[in-house]
Design a protein around this ligand. Sequence first.
Ligand code: MG
Length: 306
Amino acid sequence: MEFEDRYLQVQRPKYDCLLFDLDDTLYPLCSGLATSCRNNIEDYMVEKLGLEKSKIAQLGNLLYKNYGTTMAGLRAIGYDFDYDEYHSFVHGRLPYDNLKPDPVLRHLLLSLPYRRIIFTNADRVHAAESLRRLGLEDCFEGIICFEILNPTHKSAPSDDEDDIEFVRLDHNSADHNNYPTTTTGTSAIFDIIGHFAQPNPVSALPKTPIVCKPSESAIERALKIAKVNPQRTLFFDDSVRNIQAGKRVGLYTVLVGTSQRIKGADYALESIHNIREALPELWNVENKSEVGYSGKVAVEITSVTA
Ligand SMILES: [Mg+2]
């Protein structure tokens, strides 16, 4: 009772939850993973989907720009493939050795008395491996990743997310979705390069079945799964378009990787390490107990079942 009385007297913190993108947000762009990932995606398009090498750069750019991720764009224009195989191809050869333990960031995160959740378009294996390399695997309550937003390999998007529960992210588990065997159906591919080559494209772009940032519905779905109120959540991401989409759904936003604040960003940080200088108010709350999560098992991420 004494604690409750005391708690009622202190000011309520502005936020309940901190939502973090992973890649190029919790570690810097200069680590080289993003460049390597882009190269691997281009190799996948040539080697696995049989696309013409000379068109890859232009096609990749158009897909990324219009669909959020190249993968989402490839599915939209008609390619079908096994998602796990795609992810292991593009992430399996990343220079993970470039990601070193970051005890400074770890200390900062653990001292923040809020729920902390990762929200990434990447797959769970990549997310868990990156966090493990950074020494941050026990700093988060859970991860909203590709498999959470895309629980089945569907040909059409679904709005029925009520049955989605967080799953435990465990490297050693055999918990994989049973996707159909790989197919690279190329019978009806939408010519997106031709589409944008027209002076006034009249046809609409095909929709993708993949749910990912920066789509507002993907962000809304993530918030619903994590059971967080956007108006009480601070969202960190290095992508301008993700930040702007986050702002449209009501989140408070922090653009990471630049000190130049843009429209839609409430704050801008050159590095995630600057969080204490830029947002000292995050620590100015009464309940300063560390919010830690079960980090006893190196790569195990506890489920988000608040
Ligand atoms: Mg990012």
